[in-house]
Design a protein around this ligand. Structure first.
Ligand code: BMA
Length: 829
């Protein structure tokens, strides 16, 4: 029965595809001109959209990412700018019944006029603006977008507010908050047409939005509803059709002949039998269905919309237990341990981020075995391409709303604008299977409670500020998230600041005891929270990035140029302090940069492993931060030019589903196996203690089982019972496909011998194959080359007389010179 319905549907749908679509879209993307003042000479022309004023004028001025140019470019933010373009519209388009002009993103305060008529005033960079232009559009048109500096507008708004809000005037403008300067980013407060501009012309009506709502999955059936919103209410009967994988999949449509309701929406219910579920990539396949919704009137196709949709459930389990309150995600009913990082905008001039950048960065996340990224609240709701790629690659997204480290105003326009913003953004993103969580803000609740912001304020003022917080994060957001989506809502990250002793036991945590409070890295081992949503440590970027920052092209990390790219006031001091605790401190810059990366990877690895060992108490580890928005000293694991730091290679190792984790506590070596796969693994386990020349001093082996989705303690060794100099040995552990190499003392205390490394390389079709070998144990071998490329592995240890093969991928035709550094090379011999 079901299959006969299916066949009829196929035949019918094929015939409607040949119909000419009713909807026409015309992008107004080039060429635009940019003026300092209207109607004089343009400062830049041939501009394409998206555009920011900074990127548009780089060629005429200087690059804000080089040297300390940033300081000399602040005038750009203080200036008003006008974009102008001319475009033609054909007669057929002009004859259409409805013609709208769409601006998917304008940063921020703009007055927009078409052929001399003001058609729009904008004040929120996170809104999609749309306006009817049928009355004003001609065959030849002029479009003008006059953007005002946000600074005086914010001052006016601040003056109208009855009291001063904690962090300055950025809170008055709905635009990416990091543009005002952050502890990893420049003050590059830009303006522009940051998303596409286009005309949409149609007769009758168009589909405004389609939401494929997943009702339930039961008895091998996925029950779904397509919520279809039309551009206006339609009283005549319409035919709705749903295609899934071009209808080749068993699909059953229940009702499909209906008029839209007064809200112009209609719901069509359908089912998919034996659905293939979507999984994060480390657990299964992120399978996506191709879906298409078609709306016909009197047998004629009026509009259709295609999308890709995964079928899966997501739950946030936040339940009281013996130890506090859990915080973990279940995907398709299975608890999934989250491994990943916090994502910030990839460029201060966000118009410069290409699809290729998204592809590379998100592939790098998958390569490092990450299954979750958090889109941090001080940046932007990302472009569609970001979420499309996360859907395809099986990366879950923790989506913050764009509010960070501040208390926000509560005037009518602000609230109205925020309501529009959150409903628009949820509606835009809710079909993405990657979205796992909607989170109200970054650290706003923590800041209010623990950062001294209430000090000296009268009670009435405190109440009023908190009321404004409640209105958005406790009332509006949870209401719209639950009305518009099925994904969970979390009010603020972290749940509790580290000033609250319960932060380790409830909800998610940002543990900045390491770094901001200068606690030793071992803190991560003794204080494991339920879900670590932020923790981090800074390092210097690649040599390429340092040379780019310094105007003289040098590797000098003490230059004035370079100093302006360290935005944390105690940053360099803290790196130095931690380095002296655990590593030899080199005196030359080139070695110092190398050790700073080892230090970051070393400290963060203690966290990753402690968190994973502690599952199911802890169910997630997201570090601060994946990427950079400009060339800088920062917490990132990948620098602005896409180079992996030691941390990214370390995360890749520590985030593999199967992890051997060894650590020393009070003279005892504890050995764990963590298995994130959904199968038990029984295999031979072997642990050896070896000296640096390959002599075995201790060994133990047995067959063990690492239970699925759990952490198991396999073995321990009381080191004091062995007659071994701990600074002259390494530990080799093997289980299943994994091998781990660990040392038993701080790196600076190792008595590493002089290395004798041999390096051979042979050309391959995509780069070079490199083989390394050493007669003695080598710690932290780092390969580098002046030729741009990517090493498949780096910052690794080498066992004596064991060959290591890796690859260097490059597009360059220049034969690279491979150089290396090792920790052995930095020791006094
Ligand atoms: C976190 C983030 C950012 C900040 C980082 C490092 O709390 O939310 O605000 O950049 O710390 O200080």
């Amino acid at each position: 029965m079901r299959y006969s319905v299916l066949l009829l549907l196929l035949v019918f749908c094929y015939s409607c595809q040949v119909e000419k679509p009713n909807l026409q879209r015309q992008y107004i993307d080039a060429p635009w001109e940019l003026y300092l003042e209207q109607f004089t000479n343009p400062i830049a022309d041939s501009i394409t959209i998206p555009s920011t004023v900074h990127s548009a004028i780089i060629a005429k001025t200087r690059h804000p990412f080089i040297g300390n140019n940033e300081n000399r470019m602040q005038w750009i933010t203080e200036t008003d700018w006008t974009y102008k373009t001319q475009f033609k519209v054909d007669r057929n388009t002009l004859k259409k019944e409805y013609i709208n002009l769409n601006f998917e993103g304008i940063d921020t305060y703009a007055s927009i006029s078409l052929n001399g008529v003001t058609i729009l005033e904008t004040d929120n960079a996170f809104l999609h603006w749309k306006t009817d232009v049928k009355p004003y559009l001609k065959e030849e048109n002029e479009l003008l977008i006059a953007i005002k500096s946000p600074l005086p507008i914010e001052e006016e708004k601040a003056a109208a507010n009855p009291y001063t809000l904690p962090v300055g005037n950025r809170v008055y403008t709905r635009k990416a908050q990091f543009q005002y300067g952050w502890d990893w980013g420049p003050k590059l407060n830009t303006m522009g047409i940051i998303k596409p501009v286009y005309l949409e012309a149609y007769d009758h009506f168009k589909i405004e939005d389609v939401y494929i709502k997943q009702n339930y999955i039961q008895d091998s059936i996925a029950n779904l509803t397509a919520q279809i919103k039309l551009s206006r209410p339609i009283t005549e009967q319409l035919t709705y059709q749903i295609k899934v994988n071009d209808s080749l999949y068993p699909i059953k449509i229940t009702d499909s002949l209906l008029a839209s309701d007064v809200h112009a929406t209609q719901e069509v219910h359908f089912e998919i039998s034996n659905p293939q579920l979507w999984w994060p990539h480390n657990i299964g396949e992120p399978y996506l269905y191709e879906m298409e919704v078609l709306v016909l009137k009197d047998g004629k196709l009026i509009d259709s919309k295609k999308l890709q949709r995964g079928i899966r459930t997501i739950e946030l389990v936040n339940e009281p237990d013996d130890l506090g309150t859990s915080f973990y995600f279940k995907v398709n009913g299975v608890p999934v341990y989250m491994k990943g990082a916090n994502y910030i905008p990839q460029n201060s001039m966000q118009d410069l981020v290409t699809d290729q950048h998204y592809e590379e960065l998100l592939s790098d996340a998958v390569d490092a075995n990450m299954n979750m990224l958090r889109v941090w609240g001080g940046g932007s709701y990302e472009n569609d391409v970001f979420y499309e790629k996360c859907d395809k690659k099986g990366i879950l997204v923790w989506q913050d709303f764009m509010f960070a480290c501040a208390m926000y105003p509560g005037d009518d326009r602000f609230r109205e604008s925020v309501t529009q913003e959150i409903t628009q953004q949820i509606t835009r993103l809710r079909n993405h299977s990657s979205i796992a969580l909607w989170c109200g803000n970054n650290e706003t609740s923590e800041a209010w409670k623990h950062w001294g912001w209430q000090n000296g304020r009268p009670q009435t003022e405190r109440d009023s500020i908190w009321e404004d917080y409640r209105a958005v994060f406790q009332i509006a957001m949870p209401k719209y998230v639950s009305e518009l989506t099925k994904e969970p809502y979390w009010e603020s990250t972290p749940k509790l600041g580290r000033g609250n002793p319960r932060y380790e036991f409830e909800g998610d945590a940002h543990d900045w005891r390491v770094w901001h409070d200068a606690y030793p890295f071992e803190h991560f081992e003794d204080h494991v929270p339920r879900f670590m949503s932020e923790f981090g440590f800074q390092s210097h970027p690649s040599y390429e990035t340092i040379q780019y920052i310094n105007k003289d092209g040098s590797l000098n990390i003490h230059s004035v140029d370079y100093a302006s790219h360290q935005k944390h006031e105690r940053g360099n001091e803290l790196i130095q302090e931690y380095m002296a605790r655990d590593f030899p401190v080199p005196t030359n810059d080139e070695d110092y940069v190398y050790v700073s990366q080892l230090l970051q990877a070393y400290g963060m690895s203690k966290g990753f492993q402690a968190h994973r060992r502690a599952r199911p108490y802890n169910m997630g580890t997201l570090f601060w931060q994946l990427n950079d928005c400009w060339p800088a000293v920062s917490w990132s694991s990948i620098d602005y030019f896409g180079n992996w730091k030691a941390l990214h290679y370390q995360a890749k190792r520590d985030f593999e589903n199967l992890l051997i984790s060894n650590y020393v506590k009070d003279g005892v070596l504890h050995s764990y196996v963590v298995n994130d796969d959904l199968n038990d693994l029984t295999s031979g386990y072997s642990i050896k203690i070896m000296d640096f020349y390959g002599k075995e001093l201790y060994q133990e082996s047995f067959v063990g089982t690492a239970g699925m989705n759990s952490s198991t303690k396999f073995h321990h060794i009381d080191l004091s019972s062995l007659d071994i100099d701990l600074s002259s040995v390494y530990v080799y552990t093997e289980f299943g496909s994994r091998r781990a190499i660990d040392v038993l003392v701080r790196p600076k205390d190792l008595k590493l011998p002089k290395e004798e490394l041999s390096l051979k390389s042979i050309k391959t079709s995509v780069g070079y194959q490199i083989t390394l070998k050493s007669a003695v144990f080598v710690k932290d071998a780092f390969l580098y080359s002046p030729v741009k490329g990517h090493f498949s592995d780096n910052f690794f240890d080498l066992e004596p007389d064991v060959e290591k093969t890796l690859f260097f991928e490059t597009d360059s035709d220049v034969a690279p010179l491979f150089k290396y550094k090792t920790l052995n090379g930095l020791m006094d011999h």
